[in-house]
Design a protein. Sequence first.
Length: 300
Amino acid sequence: MTVETRPTVSVRDLTEVRVREPHRIPDAWAARHRRPIAGDDGRLLVVAADHPARNALGVRSDGLAMASRTDLLERLATALGRPGVDGVLGTPDVLDDLLLMGALDDRVVVGSMNRGGLQGASFELDDRFTAYRAVDIAAHGLEGGKMLTRICLDDPGTVATLQATADAVTDLAGLDLMAMIEPFLSVRREGRVVNLLDPESTIKSISVASALGGSSAHTWLKLPVVDELERVMDATTLPTLLLGGDPQGDPHDTYASWGASLGLPAVRGLVVGRALLYPPDGDVAAAVDIAAELVHGASR
């Protein structure tokens, strides 16, 4: 049996292809080799790369760590090439580049949908859906869509975000596609949006997010690692991926925290971006391999 291979594009040639052969992008989506969302062990390790679209380019003390698109793409290609990495979460610009580079075959691809709540903006909590729509996700053959859903009881913009999230969940479920909701209970402090990461606030965000949309059949949650996670996860039966966040402190403490959380029944893996793509020592492959071992363990 002959396996079809398609020419891939190097990072340095992406712009030239976009100028002269833009049709290669939809053609490549149509030809992409797909896989089931969950493998034999029912677990997922997904690399996240949707931060830049929300004006969030910082990693630790470097406010522009993710500014170089070529550097980001090379880090993503390294991560997606490691065994045990199941997929990627990103916006159309990033995913189209990775597609042309040949990095998305046999990977779970989740499209980031609402990126309008720009970090630091006065309208940050009015988190408009400005990237993928459910119809785009289906047309491109992606496996699902992700929604950031920050719930601020003092901000009227929250209700529009809740309604838009509910509509997206309904639309994705109608197309048999994953709807990944990332909920937070949030407040404004000194002009900044702050996500509340205590157990009670996380439980409340789960309760609100889980009920959004006309069907929960395809709904997953993306949640932070917080204290008393066993009690927190008792608030849902929805499959859940834990997020990495902006890495601070000793990476080994972060890995230990992830490992201690992955044994809970509803927790089915990790969605991690900056902690794996920008480790303190710069070794993306090593950081990804540690996460893959935590998620998949002996099943790899």
